[in-house]
Design a protein around this ligand. Structure first.
Ligand code: SF4
Length: 167
């Protein structure tokens, strides 16, 4: 997997101070995409898991990590994303994990795939759905278009229904 970018500290990619990893590669090709270069799986640099872990492990200001892209949950990226999340949780057990995806939660659940299911179990907040230019709304917090949802994924899995995360 390649990495398109990394922020050591951000407050605009989820609630609280967060590190943000942008992975490379996305199959969705949404018109109006905010990060066109990151659609290319070869863009950026090879993802160095340990180097990123080293950058977050001692930063006491951070409350969590956000994984964005690109598409973190496509079949090409999801195994390495899951492995990374697990490693992050070893060094920062209280970290809260946000993930942006162009897939909907329903599409991810329909995969019926162990890696996807385990990844969802390790994410706290899922911002789901493709960016839709016709539903773009710059006043929205932490998402780009009205169709996208900010989901409390653990509550969704527990209750078997959609539960929005209040921001
Ligand atoms: S899912 Fe995100 S990165 Fe992928 S094309 Fe759509 S807006 Fe761009």
């Amino acid at each position: 997997m390649n990495m398109a970018g990394f922020y050591d500290e951000s407050i605009s990619n989820g609630v609280g101070w967060r590190a943000v990893l942008f992975v490379s590669g996305c199959p969705h090709h949404c018109p109006g995409c905010h990060n066109v270069v990151a659609q290319d799986y070869n863009y950026g640099q090879k993802f160095d898991k340990q180097a990123i872990i080293d950058r977050i492990c001692d930063n006491s200001i951070l409350k969590g990590i956000t994984i964005s892209g690109g598409e973190p949950l496509c079949k090409e990226n999801i195994p390495e994303v899951l492995d990374f999340i697990k490693e992050v949780k070893k060094v920062r057990p209280n970290f809260n994990v946000w993930c942006y995806t162009g897939y909907t939660l329903e599409q991810l659940e329909e995969r019926k795939d162990d890696v996807t299911d385990e990844t969802l179990k390790n994410i706290d907040v899922l911002v789901d759905g493709r960016f839709m230019e016709e539903k773009k709304n710059p006043t929205l917090k932490f998402k780009g278009s009205e169709n996208q949802r900010i989901l409390d994924i653990q509550e969704c899995l527990r209750e078997h229904k959609l539960v929005e995360y209040k921001v």
